[in-house]
Design a protein around this ligand. Structure first.
Ligand SMILES: [Zn+2]
Length: 455
């Protein structure tokens, strides 16, 4: 029997089975069937997780980095974890940026005066107090902007790029202001990164580059971007006035929140579950990512409530400042550098909590075979699919530094319809979805923490 790190030994009754044999001998999973059934039944018995998410989002609202709501929510989470009976509940200090939105407005000036919905982009600079009034240049891509470079100077550039995938479209929000500023534009509007909604703007972070003037950036609803494009195509000059008070203040003290269920045999080996506790400010941060925080936390609470303690420690981490800094993810990596070698797996839930479909996984072939077998226990929830890769922004820094296997919690549902909007509220999620996601994560985490994974 080897007990060296990464070589996992499990005992089934009196029979010891090396995990190396698991790919050909899936009988090892059988004893976990009744445990999975218990976790699923307990999770589905109540709407505890949904009520917790509702309490979090109703009481503390959005949790933008640097806000009072975030810090009060952090203290609430610590108190609730202690109430749950979790162990080693603590706040781990992280300095985070404080970006302040302030007041903001967008007014159509020509062809008619009309106030329009907008959301300034996170990390954006503001406008002068008197605002910026300029004609709008509508472009459909970076290539289109290049082709019309001579027209950009002194204008507000609108990137009217239809949503395809998040990765492909979000680049306009991230670097649109830099690309437009290089050509002398005075501000940027971005068609919201999401499918057609109900005239809802989507915020999100933008990034500036050294040596390029910082110009303000704001998102407008899909409908308004399309209207501007139609007007421009008819030869109508679209003129707007943009006013934003956005600015940064000095960094502030904040915290990652941690709670554990210590392992019964190998407590120094750790499975991490979590999401990010901060959110954007327009909604109440329910889907992104209060829900991910609560379902991973709930997974540990369910084990505790059922007195199911796996061999290794399961640790829930509510990471701070994912949205506009990733200081929580980086802070976790730094604070836990000495124990990263003992991390078995990191799992993040940050894709919404609609109907669970399974998990993405990145790790060794043997580990993939093991989690695929474990996922078989989740067939009753429809959560038995293991995707080609998995990870998350917050767990990324520790995973890279420690070469740790990673998982993403995966769901079906229209995440990007409400992502970073005023519509990101608890109403979009059902109690059954919260329960089923928590159950899926609990089963996966319990078995991984009990058997370990070959790195
Ligand atoms: Zn998120």
């Amino acid at each position: 029997m080897k007990k060296t790190l990464g070589v996992v030994v499990m005992v089934v009754g009196t029979l010891a089975v090396s995990m190396a044999a698991q790919t050909t001998q899936d009988g090892w999973i059988a004893p976990y069937q009744p445990i999975a059934a218990k976790l699923i039944a307990e999770s589905q018995r109540t709407d505890f997780a949904w009520q917790r998410l509702a309490e979090l989002t109703d009481t503390y609202g959005p949790r933008l980095s640097g806000s009072e709501g975030l810090e009060r929510a952090i203290d609430w989470a610590v108190a609730q974890m202690k109430k749950d009976g979790l162990e080693n509940v603590r706040k781990e200090p992280v300095m985070i940026p404080k970006w302040v939105r302030g007041r903001e407005s967008l007014e159509l000036i020509n062809p008619i005066r009309q106030p329009l919905p907008l959301l300034g982009l996170g990390n954006s600079v503001g406008t002068p107090a008197s605002g910026i009034e300029a004609d709008v240049l509508v472009v459909s891509s970076f290539d289109d902007l290049k082709a019309r470079a001579a027209e950009a100077k002194g204008r507000i550039v609108l990137f009217n790029v239809p949503f395809t995938t998040y990765g492909a479209t979000v680049t306009y929000r991230g670097t649109g202001p830099v690309e437009a500023a290089k050509l002398g534009a005075v501000a940027v509007l971005v068609r919201s990164v999401g499918p057609v909604g109900l005239r809802t703007p989507h915020t999100g972070a933008t990034n500036y580059a050294d040596g390029v003037p910082k110009i303000p950036g704001a998102a407008i609803p899909v409908e308004d971007a399309e209207r501007f494009a139609r007007l421009a195509a008819r030869g109508v000059n679209v003129r707007v006035k943009l006013s934003m008070e956005a600015h940064f203040e000095a960094d502030v003290q904040s915290y990652n929140v941690i709670g554990e269920l210590r392992g019964r045999e190998l407590p120094d080996q750790v499975v991490v579950l979590g999401g990010h506790f901060d959110s954007w400010d327009p909604g109440t941060g329910a889907t992104d990512d209060g829900g991910g925080c609560v379902v991973t936390w709930e997974a540990v609470r369910l084990m505790k409530a059922l007195n199911l303690r796996p061999r290794r420690t399961v640790r829930v981490v509510l990471f701070v400042n994912e949205e506009n800094g990733l200081r929580g993810g980086n802070g976790y990596r730094d604070a836990h550098a000495a124990e990263l070698a003992n991390h078995v797996m990191l799992l993040e839930s940050d894709g919404g909590v609609f109907d669970p479909t399974g998990f993405g996984f990145t790790g060794s072939d043997q580990a993939r075979a093991a989690v695929t077998t474990i996922a078989g226990l989740l067939a009753p929830l429809g959560a038995n699919r293991i995707g080609a890769s998995g990870g998350g922004a917050d767990i990324g820094p520790a995973a890279t530094a420690g070469k740790i296997p990673t998982m993403s919690h995966e769901v079906s549902g229209d995440y990007f319809l409400i992502h970073h909007t005023p519509a990101d509220t608890v109403d979009r999620i059902t109690p059954k979805q919260m329960s089923n996601n928590a159950a899926a994560i609990a089963v996966m985490a319990y078995v991984v923490a009990d058997v370990g994974l070959l790195k």
